[in-house]
Design a protein around this ligand. Structure first.
Ligand SMILES: [Zn+2]
Length: 253
């Protein structure tokens, strides 16, 4: 254990409102690949990322068929929350958590047992499907059952419109009410714990600026360097599933 870690434990104990910002790095230990890290799916294959824009999704039935197969085969369905996710639930139980803002769509924070009001899924969730025409929301489960039954691009059963996972695609606007809630959580906190995020994707990266400008202390827990390391009061490079439980353990005592 290093001195940075001891300092972070002290800050957590003193903090009233901790906002946690999480990225793909917290879910890799649950077996969900990272898309933007050095070994990420999109880092190694930028052409694949370029295909998955909202515009291409609307225009190209083959992109939609591939997307539905990708949803069906997504590793999230086999994944379980890991020790890192569970440690953040302990932070909530200790009364220190303002919010978890996550870039992940895998639902693992919710499955770990948080109060759903404490989790802000800034890039949406894989667990719901939205009709792009009438806005109706249905479960991913019922749509994947239609895929399994042979529909390769299930349309809305009410209006016949195209449907998509309730996740934010490239070229798709964020939900304003979710963004507003994230900004409030960044402004309100006295400690921002950035976990497993490269802090290179907006608006998540901008939330760090908001929090620090509002006077919060920044702690970065990430294997690789981020553009915000210079602003951080502490940098922790250890595996997330090991370091987070050590950080929150004294709060439970
Ligand atoms: Zn519809």
């Amino acid at each position: 254990m290093n001195t940075d870690e001891d300092a972070v434990r002290d800050w957590l104990r003193a903090a009233r409102q901790v906002t946690v910002l999480t990225g793909a790095g917290i879910s890799t230990e649950s077996g969900i690949p990272d898309f933007r890290g050095p070994q990420g799916v999109w880092t190694k294959d930028p052409a694949a990322a370029a295909l998955f824009t909202l515009e291409n999704y609307l225009l190209d039935p083959e992109i939609r068929r591939r997307s539905w197969r990708g949803r069906r085969d997504h590793p999230a369905w086999q994944a379980e929350p890991n020790a890192g996710h569970l440690a953040l639930v302990e932070l909530e139980k200790a009364g220190r958590l303002r919010a978890v803002v996550t870039q992940n769509i895998d639902g693992l924070h919710l499955r770990a047992g948080h109060d759903p009001r404490q989790v802000l899924e800034i890039h949406g969730t894989l667990y719901d499907v939205e009709c792009l025409q009438c806005g109706r929301t249905t479960t991913m489960r019922e749509n994947l059952e239609r895929v399994e039954a042979g529909e390769d691009d299930p349309h809305c059963l009410v209006c016949g419109g195209l449907q998509k996972a309730a996740t934010i695609s490239f070229g798709q606007a964020l939900k304003p009410e979710v963004l507003e809630a994230c900004l409030a959580a960044a402004r309100d906190c006295d400690l921002l714990l950035a976990v497993g995020s490269t802090l290179t994707v907006q608006p998540a990266a901008g939330l760090v600026d908001v929090a620090v400008r509002a006077g919060a202390r920044l702690v970065v827990v990430n294997r690789d360097p981020t553009p915000y390391d210079g602003m951080a009061s502490a940098l922790l490079r250890e595996p997330i599933g090991e370091v987070l439980p050590r950080l929150v353990a004294p709060l439970a005592a």
